[in-house]
Write a protein that binds this ligand. Structure first.
Ligand SMILES: C[S@@+](CC[C@H](N)C(=O)[O-])C[C@H]1O[C@@H](n2cnc3c(N)ncnc32)[C@H](O)[C@@H]1O
Length: 395
């Protein structure tokens, strides 16, 4: 008897990432409503693109000429951009922040094609004035990654090739992967793109793309003192440490100095062993659950082990996801009592990490209100399953 209980949730976090030029898909981003721009191999009439897909949506956030590029500024007193020696710029807490607080909401300044940045597109946007001068300035202000003094940063004297390289490089080190419907984009944000990296477990913030609102959000996953730097993870893998360090160096060009990348050899080996245990449990759960070969009690045992290892790692990401999975297993077996406990835990962690007003928390509240509405409710042998430890609610 196996359980197939994979929740319908999407991966909540999105990763800031750099993408190599290469596989041009030719997707386009919105622009002023009158131009037609040929992008890469595929010509996309931009006006049609904007109008057919986005006209009438609040703020038309995909149109760089109409959205509020400064974001939603009610949070201005929380997120402060500063020079941080060795990191270029970064963002710090302008006041003390409590775990679970919303730190930033921001619409994209720019949505770039997913896989490659075509030369024609860059020139049209930044040098033929499709983008307004102020937005262009904000964009190039993000070019802080440039440490090479041989690169000409002056638009007045740049060659077309220098302009192109600068624009592409700026996009590459600053983008976050987002999706709208079935389409993937690379999004660039005036302020969110200042977020520096801290490895999983060392991060004090989590970011989530709210597709429904077309905005990036940043939540505190720990209490943060005034002046504390915000650090969000660019990568999802916990370990091994050497692999993380190499990925960060190769992709974003920096050596991570977070507390877990700078431990001594013994502590690093211990953490890597826990990380390996965590990933093995995750893989086991996902694969057997997907295949429908994971018995309910075994599923709960794995989720409980994941929770236990997550404390050793000080890793809070995925706690909500697996708590929801455990709840769905319990509901499949008709155990509404333990399901409710798991759901309460999932609600707590979704609320902290991706917001109490988001689709994840809404889905959990729906299940709490009407457990029998869960997919697969009562389809398995009736069993009483283990719930979470009471202490986990205080974590
Ligand atoms: C998305 S940007 C972050 C903002 C950037 N620091 C700036 O000045 O605009 C990514 C770049 O920031 C730098 N960076 C991010 N996290 C860092 C860290 N933990 N240590 C050093 N540099 C970091 C790297 O140069 C990376 O390519």
């Amino acid at each position: 008897m196996g359980s197939k209980t994979k929740s319908s949730q999407k991966q909540s976090g999105v990763s800031v990432r750099s993408l190599a030029l290469g596989a041009l898909l030719g997707a386009a981003l919105s622009s002023s409503a009158v131009r037609t721009l040929v992008v890469g191999r595929v010509g996309v009439p931009l006006a049609g693109f904007v109008q057919s897909r986005w006209r009438g949506t609040p703020g038309d956030v995909l149109d760089p000429n109409t959205y509020d590029y400064e974001g939603i500024m009610a949070d201005r007193l929380v997120f402060e951009v500063k020079d941080l020696p060795g990191k270029g710029k970064g963002a710090v807490a302008a006041r003390e922040i409590k775990r679970g607080e919303l730190i930033l909401r921001e619409h994209p300044l720019l949505l770039a094609p997913d896989d490659e940045t075509p030369r024609e597109w860059v020139h049209e946007l930044f040098y033929n004035w499709t983008f307004s001068p102020s937005k262009r300035d904000i964009f190039f202000n993000l070019a802080h990654w440039v440490e090479d003094e041989s690169i000409n940063l002056d638009p007045a004297t740049q060659t077309p090739d220098e302009r192109y390289q600068l624009a592409v490089g700026t996009i590459e080190v600053n983008v976050a992967a987002v999706s709208v419907g079935d389409t993937s984009y690379r999004a660039l944000f005036p302020r969110f793109s200042r977020l520096n990296h801290a490895c999983p477990g060392a991060n004090n913030v989590n970011y989530v793309w709210r597709e429904d609102l077309r905005e990036m959000r940043l939540y505190a996953v720990r209490d943060i003192p005034k002046g504390g730097e915000f650090g969000g993870s660019y990568i999802h893998k916990l370990g091994p440490t050497a692999d993380r360090i190499e990925t960060l160096k190769n992709t974003w060009g920096f050596t991570c100095g977070c507390k877990f990348c700078t431990q001594d050899a013994e502590a690093t080996a211990q953490r890597d062993a826990w990380a390996a245990e965590w990933h093995a449990l995750e893989k086991d759960f996902d694969e057997r659950s997907e295949a429908g070969t994971l018995p309910g009690p075994e599923a709960i045992r794995i989720v409980r082990d994941l929770w236990t290892v997550s404390f050793k790692l000080d890793y809070t990401g995925d706690r909500a996801r697996f708590s929801e999975e455990a709840a769905l297993v319990a509901l499949a077996h008709g155990d509404t009592k333990s399901a409710e406990q798991w759901l309460q835990l999932a609600l707590k962690y979704f609320s902290i990490e991706v917001g109490a007003d988001g689709p994840d928390a809404d889905r959990i509240r729906d299940l709490l209100a009407y457990p029998a509405g869960a997919d697969g409710f009562g389809t398995k042998e009736r069993l009483t399953l283990q719930g979470p430890d009471a202490a986990w609610f205080d974590s």
